[in-house]
Write a protein of this length. Structure first.
Length: 152
């Protein structure tokens, strides 16, 4: 039994240590595609919430909760793709200011994730007015980051 426990602990430690290596991208283009895919997913599901919040689509509490959950999860993913060497090449709309103002960029990302988490809580509650308010605050963080760090 003790031998199995040591073996299990060793395997877990090896897996944990290999995670940073697995997070690396083989080519800069891979990182760019990764972050663009995450942003596209987040935008699609956020857009569905926006359509409900603005009355362009009928309110569906279940769909709102599902979309908010996806947005909250996906909001954490794209930022792993903003690594050295991905400021050029590929079909990217990322402004150079991302890399020269990385602290501000990361702070914007964190603020967006916080507001999206609040939107997720509101959506789980099923109250359209609370969803509208939370959506508006989350949308402000998206716009602020796009204004500062995304080429049109």
């Amino acid at each position: 039994m003790k031998h199995r426990l040591v073996l299990c602990a060793t395997l877990l430690a090896a897996a944990a240590l290999s995670l940073p290596a697995a997070a690396q991208f083989a080519k800069p283009e891979d990182a760019i595609k990764y972050r663009q895919s995450g942003m596209a997913l987040m935008g699609a599901h956020f857009g569905r919430l926006g359509a409900m919040a603005s009355g362009r689509a009928p309110f569906d509490a279940k769909a709102a909760a599902e979309n908010a959950e996806i947005v909250a999860f996906v909001s954490k993913l794209p930022f792993a793709g903003f690594v050295d060497g991905t400021d050029k090449g590929g079909n990217t709309k990322a402004k150079p200011e991302i890399w020269s103002q990385m602290d501000k960029f990361r702070a914007n990302a964190t603020k967006m994730q916080e507001e999206v988490a609040k939107l997720n809580v509101a959506a789980k509650g099923g109250n359209l007015d609370q969803i509208k308010a939370a959506f508006g605050e989350a949308a402000k963080t998206c716009k602020a980051c796009h204004d500062d760090f995304r080429q049109q």
